[in-house]
Structures are given as structure tokens and as C-alpha cells.
Design a protein around this ligand. Structure first.
Ligand SMILES: Cc1cc2nc3c(=O)[nH]c(=O)nc-3n(C[C@H](O)[C@H](O)[C@H](O)COP(=O)(O)OP(=O)(O)OC[C@H]3O[C@@H](n4cnc5c(N)ncnc54)[C@H](O)[C@@H]3O)c2cc1C
Length: 382
């Protein structure tokens, strides 16, 4: 058993750590405050190859693995979560379905520009009326000659309305299965297709420098060849994508939790009260020790889930455990880091205020904590 990183992973982590500190940190507070998408940062991440990390070189990727993506997400989120979730949604939710389920033509058409970061893909599963219960999907797609005609709407879709968004993969009801249940399929809808409208961005509590929109499809027509994978496999496809995505969200949550430790150590040494640094008080030291403990154990949980996934072993339960644990401790650490910063922790100019605002969504997105518990319990045979 060896938890040390390979030389390649170590080098990648070091370069992204430096990038996050040198490039992301100086500009992100302004984007966060203004609710603007950090195009320049994203462009530089594209040049570093981060959007192509787990994809084959023949499609413009870096030929790395999913664990490499997780390490990068952790390092980015240690400084900022809007940038991290932009990468997570673009790679794990956006491009991955095309890589996993697409035809050779679809891969050749889309993956090179998605891997370079010049274009982003979004994943349209959630609807205004159905999130956790994704089987309740109402959006419909009907085959009319050699075109799909799509009608419906999707809610909270990350990366769906940037200037560089190229497509959204949309889950839709395409018929009825022999047992009477809904036949779900996934269809690629390029940005700008007539009948596909992107609403103005949501006003969010956190992740304010990331891009999130409601989408509507009104007699939106795309070629039949834009079906992703087999007709009727939509349910199985999004379950696979979400299982993997949970490891990535866990890594992102660990990054936020570790960022809280970093900022708290710094502040505890600088801030004085009663004639000495607040970090001289054991009450503050214990808070930080507990925060480090939580970040460390959550990291081991996502390493374990990723190792199982890369070994081709079942990893559903471990991914749910990692996501549930990491998101819980990220909220804990953000709350404690804010407490350590006192009144300044409530001021947006301090990174911990961003961490606090960004932490809550981790217990909701890509499956709520309740859904993770359902997955774990089901996997235990309950
Ligand atoms: C900023 C942001 C970005 C997002 N990005 C994307 C994206 O890119 N693509 C995408 O498809 N979706 C995206 N989502 C949607 C996200 O995945 C959903 O919000 C999430 O899955 C929860 O669904 P919901 O909001 O409909 O809540 P609901 O499913 O309505 O749940 C409401 C509450 O009820 C609980 N609940 C539901 N069912 C049960 C049950 N059986 N037992 C116990 N409790 C239950 C839930 O846990 C939750 O606490 C995003 C959301 C946000 C906020």
C-alpha cells in the first residue's frame, strides 16, 4: 500500500499549485465580486493542457488519468472554487460523456477543441422540477425524419452560457421502455441551435465567477446523428458520469478544506488579541488541528475511490463516501476558518469568506448528501 504520488502526479500538482497562487489568486476576488467569468485564467489553463488531462492524445488530450484531474481540482480549489468547478464541469461532466459514449465522428468533431480549453461543454441533466429524482426528466425528444426535435428545460447548468460554450449534452425522454418506464437518451445540442435559449445567469450565493444558466428547448432540432451513444442508455450514462464526478467533487471539496487550513494558519499567526497572536491559544490551535485532520482523511477517501476506479474495480460506494465526507468537512472547515478570522471572516476581501460562501453547494451539487447516503445504503444491501 503506497499513498505517495508518482513523479508525474507530483510534478503536475506542483505546477498547478504555483499557477493557482501566482495567476488565480491575484485576480479571482475581483471576478467573484463582479460575477464575471475569468476568461483569461481559463485560457491559460487551456494552454497548460488541464482541459485535456484524462483524454487520449489522439483527440488532443494529455493522455493522463482521472486521478490527475482530481489532484488539479484540489490545488485549484485550495485557492478558488469557481475556477475549479469550471474545470470539473467542463471535463468530468462536459467532455467525458463524449469521450465515454460518443461515436468516432463525435469524438473527432468535439474533443480536440474541448481538450484545448478553447471551447467548453456543459451537462444538462437537472430540470426545474427534477434534480435528485433525475428519472423524472420531462424534457422530450422526438425523432422526426433524420432530426431530433427537443422540447423542455434544464436548470442550474454549469458552463452553459459562456462565450466559449460549444455544446450541452441534454438528457431527454425519447420513448417508453417495454416495462412502461421512460426511455431516456442523451443528445448533443450545439450552442446557437435555433430553439435553444440560454437564460441570464443566476444570482448565486457562491461560485459567483462560474457560469450557470437555465436552458430552454423549444422545437429545437438537431441531426439524428447527434444522439450520444445508444438510444435508451441515457440513465446508465448519467449514473456513470455522476459516479466519477463525485470523486472529482470530493477532490474539489478537499481543496477548499485545505485552503481553509492555509488561511487560518496565516491569520492565527498575524492577528493579535490580549497581547499575543490568537494562534498562541490552544482553542485556536485545536480548531486548526481538527481542520487539518478532516482535510487529510477526506483526501484519503477520494484517493481510495480514484484508485478503485482506475483499477477497474467497483467504486460507487467509495465515491459516494468520499463526496459525502469531503463536502461535509469542507463546510465544517469553512465555518471554523471564518470563526478564526472573526469579523474579517465576514468580509468578502478575505479568501475565507469566499470559501464559506462556496462550501455549501458542495453538499448539494452532483448529488445531495441525502442522495449519497441513499447510494451507500443501497450498496450495503439495504
Ligand atoms: C451552482 C449549481 C451548479 C449546478 N450545475 C449543474 C450542471 O452542470 N448540470 C446539472 O445537470 N445539474 C447541475 N446542478 C444541479 C444539482 O446537481 C442539483 O441542484 C442537485 O442534484 C439537487 O437537485 P435539486 O436542486 O432538484 O433538489 P431536490 O432533488 O429537489 O432535493 C431537495 C431536497 O430534498 C432532498 N431529497 C430529495 N429526495 C430525497 C429522498 N428520497 N430522501 C431524502 N431526501 C431527499 C434532497 O437531498 C434535498 O435536500 C447545479 C446546481 C447548482 C446550484
Amino acid at each position: 500500500m503506497d499513498f505517495r504520488l508518482s513523479e508525474e502526479h507530483e510534478a503536475l500538482r506542483a505546477s498547478v499549485r504555483e499557477f493557482a497562487r501566482e495567476v488565480v489568486a491575484p485576480v479571482i476576488a475581483e471576478h467573484y465580486e463582479q460575477h464575471t467569468f475569468p476568461y483569461d485564467v481559463i485560457r491559460q489553463m487551456g494552454k497548460m493542457g488541464l482541459f485535456g488531462l484524462p483524454f487520449p492524445e489522439e483527440h488532443g488530450g494529455m493522455g493522463g488519468d482521472y486521478f490527475a484531474l482530481c489532484l488539479v481540482l484540489e490545488e485549484l480549489a485550495r485557492v478558488d472554487s469557481s475556477v475549479a468547478i469550471t474545470l470539473e464541469a467542463a471535463v468530468s461532466l462536459g467532455a467525458m460523456p463524449i469521450h465515454r459514449f460518443g461515436t468516432d465522428e463525435q469524438k473527432a468533431q468535439w474533443l480536440p477543441k474541448l481538450c484545448s480549453g478553447e471551447a467548453l461543454a456543459a451537462f444538462g441533466l437537472t430540470e426545474p422540477g427534477f434534480g435528485s429524482d433525475a428519472g423524472g426528466t420531462q424534457t422530450r425528444a422526438v425523432l422526426d425524419g433524420d432530426e431530433w426535435v427537443i422540447n423542455g428545460s434544464k436548470a442550474f447548468i454549469t458552463n452553459s452560457g459562456t462565450d466559449i460554450t460549444a455544446l450541452v449534452t441534454v438528457t431527454a425522454v425519447t420513448g417508453t421502455n417495454p416495462d412502461g418506464s421512460k426511455e431516456l437518451s442523451t443528445i448533443i445540442v450545439p450552442t446557437g441551435t435555433p430553439g435553444f435559449a440560454v437564460a441570464p445567469g443566476y444570482s448565486k450565493v457562491g461560485w459567483t465567477a462560474s457560469d450557470t444558466h437555465e436552458l430552454t428547448f423549444d422545437d429545437c432540432r438537431v441531426p439524428a446523428a447527434y444522439l450520444l451513444g445508444e438510444r435508451g442508455r441515457g440513465f446508465a450514462q448519467f449514473l456513470r458520469i455522476l459516479d466519477e464526478g463525485r470523486i472529482a467533487i470530493a477532490a474539489l471539496a478537499v481543496g477548499l478544506a485545505q485552503g481553509c487550513v492555509d488561511e487560518s494558519i496565516k491569520y492565527a499567526k498575524e492577528r493579535h488579541a490580549f497581547g499575543r497572536p490568537i494562534g498562541a491559544n490552544q482553542a485556536i490551535q485545536f480548531k486548526i488541528a481538527d481542520m487539518e485532520l478532516k482535510a487529510h482523511t477526506a483526501r484519503l477517501a477520494y484517493y481510495d475511490a480514484a484508485a478503485r476506479m482506475l483499477a477497474g474495480e467497483p467504486f460507487k460506494r467509495q465515491a459516494a463516501i468520499a463526496k459525502l465526507h469531503a463536502s461535509t468537512i469542507a463546510v465544517d472547515n469553512a465555518r471554523e476558518a471564518t470563526q478564526i478570522h472573526g469579523g474579517y471572516g465576514f468580509m468578502n476581501e478575505y479568501p475565507v469568506a469566499r470559501f464559506w460562501r462556496d462550501s455549501k453547494i458542495l453538499e448539494i451539487g452532483e448529488g445531495t448528501s441525502e442522495v449519497q447516503r441513499m447510494i451507500i445504503a443501497r450498496d450495503l444491501g439495504l
